[in-house]
Design a protein around this ligand. Structure first.
Ligand code: PLP
Length: 393
């Protein structure tokens, strides 16, 4: 069988791979702590699960909804965006997708032509690059400094005449970096000037810590909002990764293209999940807040401990999301290996802790640790890694 060039160039998600290896080891009875995947460890709040159960019992399962989602869900999303960001999107400017991942995939299909350049900060989430390649586009790296932020200067260095799209993910996976209003304004104005469409991946927007405030690109100015496509979803903030609901909000013409592609690909997301998502967006958000507080406690507890692991260094404390992204170049030398990938393998084999190689995010020499795990597991994992590294001192 001969595979398409498209299929041949795509590589499987490194985060999913490491997590699957860890899960397989756990099934064999090995006590691995999995800090490999961005999957909140909380149960989906009861009010949300109950809405799904009710939808099943009411028989709301034997029909297709519009490919772009239930009108009631789009209304709930519009209301949530208004409450959270103060920006109004009519329902025809919203499309519901199978997770934010599908939203981003479809957007690349809608915005990217063969050879079009898409600007991606380094580091950034594993799937953007693969999605750009699958759309026939050319991923272009925008470098960042110690704070992992791009600036108009690094954008100027990266841009060419053909750049079409820039993806901004704040709070950011894998670093927890958050852009301030001023920084977003500068980037937004730059994008407007260069006629570059902004994708604002706000999936971690509700997970902000230690009094830091989240600002979305859509809130900066009407002009910047008009050049921005918003992507968000329920996975991270509502602990609903398995329900697969995300959304896109943007200009009506863009949304109608998104809807056309959805109508020929996924069709609608599962109706039951859509009813659950309505409950999530309409709920009083107290459970979101208690999960946020738990993540904040974990960050504040493990950040200083990870800083003390021999050979691990972080220049800036994360402000959001649920990841630490230490520079481990010293640890690689100490452990007598050559790459962060080899260090990941050693930590899994010897310390029984699963983490992700920074290479997957474009930054070899770094590791990503997810703190979407219980405090107890996090403390044990950090202790295991520390003991493992101590033996090389
Ligand atoms: N965007 C970022 C930055 C992510 O980290 C993830 C999940 O890991 C997603 C989008 C996709 O989220 P989902 O498809 O679960 O909504």
């Amino acid at each position: 069988m001969k595979f398409s060039d498209r299929a041949m160039q795509v590589t499987p998600s490194a985060t999913v791979k490491v997590s699957n290896t860890a899960k397989a080891m756990i099934r064999k009875g090995i006590e691995v702590i999995n800090l490999g995947i961005g999957e909140p460890d909380f149960k989906t709040p009861k009010v949300i699960a109950d809405a799904a159960i009710k939808a099943i019992q009411d028989g709301k399962t034997s029909f297709y909804t519009p490919a772009s989602g239930l009108p009631q869900l789009k209304e709930a999303i519009a209301e949530r965006i208004k409450k959270d960001c103060g920006v109004i999107y009519p329902v025809d400017q919203i499309s519901v997708t199978n997770g934010a991942k599908m939203a981003l995939y479809v957007l690349m299909q809608v915005l990217v032509d063969q050879g079009s350049e898409v600007l991606l900060p380094r580091p950034s989430w594993v799937s953007y690059k693969q999605q750009v390649l699958l759309a026939g586009g050319k991923p272009v790296v925008v470098e960042t400094g110690d704070d992992f932020k791009i600036t108009t200067k690094t954008l100027d260095d990266a841009v060419s005449r053909d750049a079409k799209v820039l993806v901004i993910n704040s709070p950011q996976n894998p670093t927890g970096t958050v852009y301030s209003r001023d920084e977003l304004e500068a980037i937004g104005k730059w994008a407007v000037l260069h006629n570059v469409t902004l994708i604002a991946d706000d999936i971690y927007g509700k997970l902000m810590y230690n009094q830091n405030q989240f600002v979305s690109l859509i809130q900066i100015s009407d002009e910047i909002a008009a050049s921005t496509v918003l992507v968000n979803g329920v996975s991270k903030a509502y602990s609903m990764t398995g329900w697969r609901i995300g959304y896109v909000a943007g200009a009506p013409e863009l949304i109608s293209k998104v809807n056309a592609i959805l109508s020929h690909s996924t069709g609608n997301p599962a109706t039951v999940s859509q009813y659950a998502a309505i409950a999530a967006f309409e709920s009083d958000q107290t459970e979101v807040e208690s999960m946020r507080v738990a993540f904040e406690e974990r960050l504040n507890t493990i950040y200083p401990l990870v800083q003390k692991i021999p050979g691990f260094k972080m220049a800036v404390k994360p402000q959001g999301a649920f990841y630490l992204f230490p520079n481990v170049q010293e640890a690689i030398k100490l452990a007598g290996v050559n790459t962060s990938g080899e260090l990941v393998d050693l930590l899994l084999d010897k310390a029984h802790v699963a983490v992700v190689d920074g290479d997957a995010f474009g930054m070899p020499g770094y590791l990503r640790l997810s703190y979407a795990a219980s405090l107890k597991d996090l403390l044990t994992a950090v202790d295991r890694i520390t003991k493992f590294m101590n033996q090389f001192l």
